[in-house]
Write a protein that binds this ligand. Structure first.
Ligand SMILES: Cc1cc2nc3c(=O)[nH]c(=O)nc-3n(C[C@H](O)[C@H](O)[C@H](O)COP(=O)(O)OP(=O)(O)OC[C@H]3O[C@@H](n4cnc5c(N)ncnc54)[C@H](O)[C@@H]3O)c2cc1C
Length: 305
C-alpha cells in the first residue's frame, strides 16, 4: 500500500474498509484480483468524504455500483474502490417524483414504484445494476432507457468541493452514454425520476413479463456482465457473433453463451484474461466476417483504464 493510500484510509475514520478484497466478490462476472482497499460509505456525506479525501491525499480511486457492467483486471486495483451499496435511500413525493440514492438496485426501485402506482421504470426491472451505474451507463431495455424518466442527478465535484445538480437536458445522454461516461471521476450520489400514475397491477404485470423474457433469452444461471458489446448501428451484436459461428466458443472458463451470443459467461474458474482474450477473438472474427467493428459496453477497470 502506498503512503497516500494509507493516509487516505486513515482519514476515513469509521467508514468501513476492506483491505485486499478480491474484486470477484463484487463483480457479477465473478472475476478480478484484489483491490488495495474497498470502501463502503453508508450515506451521501460519507461518500463525499471518500472522494474528497482520495483527491486530497492523492489516492487513486474508482466508484462502482453492483459491478454488473465491469471487468476487473486479474491483478486487481491499486488504490481505492468505492462501493456504493450502502447508499440505498428512496423517497417518493406526491407529484410522482422518486428520489433514489446511487446504491439503490434498479429492480428494487422499479418494484417500489409499482407498489406506489408509478409507471415508467418497468423496463428497468431485472437490470441488475444500481441507480448510479444505470445513470452513468444510461441503461436501457425494450426501447426505453434511463434518459426517458430521469429528471436530474447529483454528483460530487472534487474541484469545487461541492455537490452539483445536473438537470435532465444537461446529461448529454446517448446510447449507453452520459456526461458521466465522459467524466468518469465524478461520483453520482443520487438521481430523481419523474414517473406517471398507473394501475399497480398493470405495472407489476409488465415487470413480471420483462423478467420472464430475460429468463427465457438470457443465461441468467451463469455469472456474466450482460451484453458485452454495444449494438452496432443497424445490427445486433449477438446475431453477428452467432453468424460468425462463435456460440459456445471458449477461452479457459469464459464462454460465448449458447443461449445468447451477446453474453460471455463464466462457466466456472474464468479469469478476466480469459474474458479479454475471448472478446478479442470475437472482435477479430466479426471484423473479418461482417466488416463490423464491435465496441465493448462492459468497462474494464484495472491498471490501464
Ligand atoms: C444479466 C445481466 C443483464 C443486463 N441487462 C442489461 C440491460 O438490459 N440493459 C442495460 O443497459 N444493461 C444491462 N446490464 C448491464 C448492467 O446491469 C448495467 O449497465 C447497469 O446500469 C450497471 O450498473 P452497476 O451499478 O452494476 O454499475 P457498475 O457495473 O458497478 O459500473 C458501471 C460503470 O459505472 C460507473 N459507476 C457506477 N456507479 C457510479 C456512481 N455512483 N458514480 C459514478 N460512477 C459510477 C463505474 O465506475 C463503471 O464505469 C446487464 C448486466 C447483466 C449481468
Amino acid at each position: 500500500m502506498t503512503d497516500s493510500l494509507l493516509i487516505f484510509t486513515e482519514s476515513l475514520g469509521e467508514i468501513r474498509t476492506a483491505e485486499m478484497m478480491p474484486l470477484s466478490c463484487i463483480s457479477t462476472f465473478r472475476t478480478g484480483g484484489p483491490a488495495d482497499t474497498v470502501v463502503f460509505p453508508r450515506s451521501r456525506a460519507e461518500a463525499v468524504r471518500c472522494v474528497r479525501n482520495a483527491v486530497r491525499y492523492g489516492s487513486r480511486y474508482t466508484v462502482i455500483g453492483n459491478g454488473s457492467n465491469v471487468l476487473f483486471d486479474d491483478a486487481g486495483y491499486r488504490g481505492a474502490v468505492i462501493c456504493t451499496s450502502g447508499l440505498s435511500g428512496i423517497s417518493f413525493s406526491k407529484d410522482g417524483t422518486v428520489t433514489a440514492e446511487c446504491g439503490v438496485p434498479l429492480t428494487a426501485l422499479s418494484s417500489r414504484a409499482a407498489e406506489a402506482g408509478l409507471s415508467g421504470l418497468e423496463f428497468a426491472y431485472g437490470i441488475p445494476g444500481f441507480v448510479g451505474g444505470a445513470v452513468f451507463m444510461n441503461a436501457g431495455a425494450y426501447g426505453e432507457s434511463i434518459s426517458d424518466v430521469l429528471s436530474g442527478s447529483d454528483y460530487y465535484d472534487a474541484e469545487s468541493d461541492a455537490v452539483v445538480h445536473v438537470a435532465r437536458e444537461e446529461h448529454g445522454f446517448g446510447y449507453r452514454k452520459s456526461i458521466y461516461t465522459e467524466n468518469p471521476g465524478r461520483m453520482i450520489l443520487g438521481a430523481e425520476f419523474t414517473l406517471s400514475q398507473g394501475d399497480p397491477d398493470v405495472i407489476r404485470a409488465k415487470c413480471s413479463e420483462n423478467m420472464e423474457s430475460r429468463r427465457t433469452k438470457q443465461p441468467l444461471e451463469f455469472p456474466s456482465a450482460g451484453s458485452v458489446f454495444k449494438r452496432p448501428e443497424g445490427h445486433f451484436a449477438g446475431k453477428l457473433i452467432e453468424d460468425s459461428g462463435l456460440k459456445g466458443t471458449c477461452v479457459g472458463g469464459a464462454e460465448v453463451s449458447r443461449k445468447h451470443a451477446g453474453f460471455i459467461i463464466n462457466r466456472g474458474g474464468a479469469t478476466s484474461s480469459d474474458v479479454l482474450e475471448l472478446i478479442n477473438l470475437i472482435k477479430e472474427k466479426v471484423r473479418t466476417d461482417a466488416g463490423i467493428e464491435l465496441e465493448c459496453e462492459v468497462r474494464y477497470i484495472g491498471e490501464k483504464e
